[in-house]
Design a protein around this ligand. Structure first.
Ligand SMILES: [Zn+2]
Length: 211
């Protein structure tokens, strides 16, 4: 019974933060269910701004903290981005992004994949990064837009650089990249490594540095 009510609350909550507040206030027993981790793990955070320029209200602060504690993937992603790029807390940011990616949040896989490729000191890490990026690019539009929107709202303290060695080592591809794209466009389109290289450039140059 409690599980059923929890599921219903989570369903309502995932549609709107406001609904959750209303629902919690409407009934004492529902309020108690509304404290359940599952509700906070699945609730939508769209009504809470990504980056609070002024301090959030007490209720909103509590809400965000509960979402983080309950491992809401969106909350983990926001905090991970803030720690990694906003505060330069690389280790904490990395852990949070990894958790959000593990929970299936595409933008977290996208960012973490690129971070791993750009900061790797061994091939194994590069391969992990490529795997994450590959998965995220199945939802390319969603991953890019979510990442770009949060970065646009942040003060950045920490940047990552494009690796010196590109992922694609096919000489025909690099020739295509440097010369006329139009003639061999199909070939570029078919090379996965080139696609990842381009995505890394997009992230490091355009999204992070506005170039
Ligand atoms: Zn290539």
């Amino acid at each position: 019974m409690i599980w059923l009510v929890t599921t219903i609350v989570a369903k309502v909550a995932s549609s709107s933060l406001l609904d959750l507040f209303n629902l919690k206030q409407s009934c004492k027993s529902l309020f108690e269910v509304g404290q359940d981790d599952y509700v906070f793990k699945t609730v939508s955070m769209e009504k809470v701004p990504d980056v609070a320029w002024t301090s959030l209200s007490k209720g909103a602060t509590f809400f965000v903290r509960r979402c983080q504690e309950s491992e809401n993937p969106e909350a983990l992603f926001r905090l991970g981005m803030t720690e990694y790029f906003g505060h330069g807390q690389v280790k904490e940011g990395h852990t949070l992004l990894a958790r959000a990616a593990y929970l299936g949040y595409p933008a977290a896989s996208y960012v973490l994949g690129i971070v791993l490729i750009c900061t790797a000191t061994d091939n194994q890490t590069i391969l992990q990064g490529v795997e994450l990026l590959k998965n995220a690019l199945r939802l390319k539009k969603l991953s890019r837009e979510r990442t770009e929107s949060i970065i646009r709202q942040m003060w950045l303290k920490n940047y990552i650089d494009i690796p010196q060695r590109s992922l694609c080592s096919n000489p025909n591809c690099s020739k295509v990249n440097n010369n006329d794209l139009m003639d061999d466009e199909e070939e570029v389109g078919n090379c996965d490594a080139c696609k990842y290289d381009e995505e890394i450039q997009l992230f490091c140059n355009k999204m992070l540095r506005g170039l």
